[in-house]
Every structure is written in C-alpha cells, then in structure tokens.
Design a binder for this molecule. Sequence first.
Ligand code: GDP
Ligand code: MG
Length: 306
Amino acid sequence: MTRPATRAGFVAIVGAPNAGKSTLVNALVGAKVSIVSPKVQTTRMRVIGITMTDLADGTRAQVVLVDTPGIFRVARRRLERAMVAAAWQGAEDADALALVVDAERGIGDETRAIAEKLKQSRVRRYLVLNKIDLVPREKLLGLTGELNALLPFEHTFMVSALKRDGVADVLAVLAAGLPAGPFLYPEDQAADLPMRLLAAEVTREQVFLQLHQELPYEATVETDKWEEGGDSSVRIEQTIHVQREGQRAIVLGRGGARIKQIGARARHELAHILERPVHLFLHVKVSERWAEDPAHYRTIGLDYEP
Ligand code: GDP
Ligand code: MG
C-alpha cells in the first residue's frame, strides 16, 4: 500500500493591526484554537493555528499558521531593532506569507511599509483583501491593482474572514503551495498544539523570571500532556529541560521550593489566559543535547541562535 502524499509548511500571517488577522486564522482553523498571547514575545515565529486539509488530488496538507511578533514595532532602541529584525527573519523562515489588508481601510502607512519591505523577500507571498462585506466591488478591484503594482503577489484573495466568505479557497491555495513533505506536528496534536506551546512559553517565562541569574538561557520547557478534565478544567504536564545536574537542583530549589513557586505562578497565569481552572504538573529533566539541536527548537517554535 502506498502512503498518501503529504505537504506541510509554515505560513506567516502579516498585516496592519485590525486588518483581521486573528479573525482569519480562526476562520482557517475552523475552531477557536487560535490564541493570541498577551506576552511580550522573544520568539521569531509563534504558532497561532494549525489546520489539516485534503487537496483535490488526494494530498493531505498541514498548514501551520504563524505570527511574527513585533514585525511592526517602531524600533528606536537597539533591542527593539533586534526584535524587529528577528520578526522579519521569522517571516523569511516561513514557507509562504499572507499579507492581510483591511479593504475598507485601504492601504495605510503600515501596509505600505510592509509591502516595501517584502520586496526584498524571496518567500512566496499572497494577498488577502479582507472585510469585503464592507466595500463595493469596484473598490476591491482598484485596491488589488494598486497593491499588486506595489508588489506582485502569487494570488489575491477577496474574503470576509468574519463571514467566512472565501476562506476555504485561501486554505486550498495556501496548502497546495506548500512543499511536499511530512507533517511538522503530529496530527492528533494539531488542535491543541498552539495551546501547548503557549503553556510552555508561560512556564519558560517563570523559569526565566525567577532564575535568570542562575541559568540565563539554559532551560527550555515542553508540554508533554494536555488533558481535558471532566469539568471545565485542564490538566497540563510539562518538562523543564536543563543541561546539567546542577541546574536541575537549582530549578527544584531547597526542598522543592523553587519549582513549587514556578508552578504556582505559571498555573495562575495560565488559568487567567485560558479562563479556566488549570492543574499543572512540572518535571525537571537533564537533557544535555537539548540546547544543541536546532531542529528541535524549530519544531517547538522557540528561537534558536547558533
Ligand atoms: P487583527 O488585529 O489583524 O488580528 O484583527 P482582528 O482579527 O482582531 O479584527 C479586527 C476587527 O475587525 C474585529 O473587530 C473583527 O471583528 C473585525 N473583522 C475582521 N474580519 C472582518 C470581516 O471580514 N468583516 C468585517 N466587517 N469585520 C471584520
Ligand atoms: Mg490579532
């Protein structure tokens, strides 16, 4: 028996604030698994939704929708400039890029700036004119012409993310343009993966906040289990990976006091973000090779600087 062909890849969703990016991601994913973390991000790409789809030729595709945090920041200081540069690098690392434009608002400064910047990019790019429920057709055609003159796009979609009008077409075309290859995430995890990553990020932040003097960049967090409780609660199990035995002792703290504190803060934060009770279980593991494996970093959505 031959295995069915698969495609998979990252699609960066970019656009000015309020263009409808989150609404589009929710519509593409088909359920409310898209998450928007209120955190300041340090990662180059952040998974905000994963969607599986079957193409007309029988190929099954996994479209991983990512956000490139901070791409629009006005960078005055060096750190901010570094964050913006990292965000652009994230967009450059994606397999395709979708620029979402609010058709009612038209081309504002932000959209113009991003289009200008995208001229240098070699990533396959798509234009999504959103909120077509609010504008007459002539205006859409004019806008399409104007934007494609600024920068040619592989394909222009006209959608109403809110009404889910035209969204299926976006998914089909995005998926068909992805590279052939295995799925990036296990299919059975696809639905809650953005949540898992978010949860890992929250705990990683606590480890950093509470221990950055002792272990600056040396711990990473992985969500091993995400189980829905019978009530509205969720049970989350995570592993904090460190590189050396001594670091494990630091994370545990005297009599386990430190990890208790990390767990308590992370749990509190997660319950707040998820708006439901959270049971959080943390393990600490020495995984020496962890920090040397960029493939792993890419898979879990963390930044990796060689
Ligand atoms: P983001 O900042 O790019 O993520 O934008 P959001 O997805 O948060 O959307 C901004 C606002 O535009 C929200 O109030 C949405 O309900 C609204 N919106 C998004 N898509 C559409 C659409 O297709 N039609 C209309 N009328 N409103 C939309
Ligand atoms: Mg948003």
